[in-house]
Design a protein around this ligand. Sequence first.
Ligand code: PLP
Length: 371
Amino acid sequence: MNQLTEKTNETVLEVDLGAILHNLNYFRSFLKPETKMLCMIKAFGYGTGSYGLGRFLQQQGVDYLAVANVDEGVELREAGITSPIIVMNPTPNALPLLFENNLEPGIYSFDILRRTLAEAEKRGLTDYPVHVKLNTGMQRMGFNPDELPMLLETLKNRKSLLVSSVFSHLAGSDSPEFDDYTRGQIAAFTEAAATMEAALGYRFMRHILNSSGIERFPEAQFDMVRLGIGLYGISPLHPEALQPVARFKTKILQIREVPAAETVGYSRRGVLTRNSRIGCLPVGYADGLNRHLGNRKGAAIVNGKKCPFIGNICMDLTMLDLTDVEARPGDEAEIFGGEITISDIAETLQTIPYEVLTSVSARVRRVYVNG
Ligand SMILES: *Cc1c(COP(=O)(O)O)cnc(C)c1O
């Protein structure tokens, strides 16, 4: 085989839609048939690519999609996605774009409420769906319980907006250590939502559970749940029940023999203890391969063997030790998604899997398989 004719830009994030569906169905198994499913595809679908994923989830009958900001929602609309889309944290200046693209705002403060009312009234809208966020203990976004009277006063007799749902977010649903706190949040939410319904005089959806909430507090599923990280194959509770969704892989670009006396890479950090075969991968920290994985802290799988990264990870290139494996240029190197999991890397980096997955940069091509 002529290696030179091979395409060298082979660094891809392979996204397994079959695994997405498997994980979706796993979380659905906790739900009553009538409970709605919202999938969080913020941050470019947690790094897995938003429109391909959004289109697939729409086909699978997911009721709502949600993103963090208006630009992410516009991107989905431009890709032809017609599902209802909630924008969790719209900024005031983005409201015109939000309405133009039929996106549904999260209402988290009096300022955003008044501006949304003004924009909806200016457009002559009636019953435009909005989603009111309550703070029950996350202390991040949303109305505090003591703000409810003023919130309800502001919403009363305003025909332009319809409260489509009221929701809150759990601060520690993954951890038994916080279960009392979580139950307190659920109780506060239940009470606040009841107060709102009595005052507004109509039914709206309620939702509070994220992924680990679905697994651990299915009794609090209310009318809808918000599935995020679990969709992408990560669960602190039942990792074995889920399938990995994303495989970050590349192909070896070049291999060289390096004598023990030499060093590899910048600042001569790749110190060798033996004559070595050093491979070079066309992936670097600019692709989201965290630089802290260099100097043998991280590795890639080549032909079934774990090959440690040697020296400092560069912007576009990474060197690895191939001395103990049969390998040729063009062979695949898997960074995560198989034997090395996203959770393994998160542990090495002392962070959470969410950060590892969302760090894979825009330069890396997303490739969907098993769709
Ligand atoms: C990101 C997010 C979720 C999903 O959380 P996971 O832990 O990924 O399941 C749910 N609700 C809100 C408000 C979020 O911001």
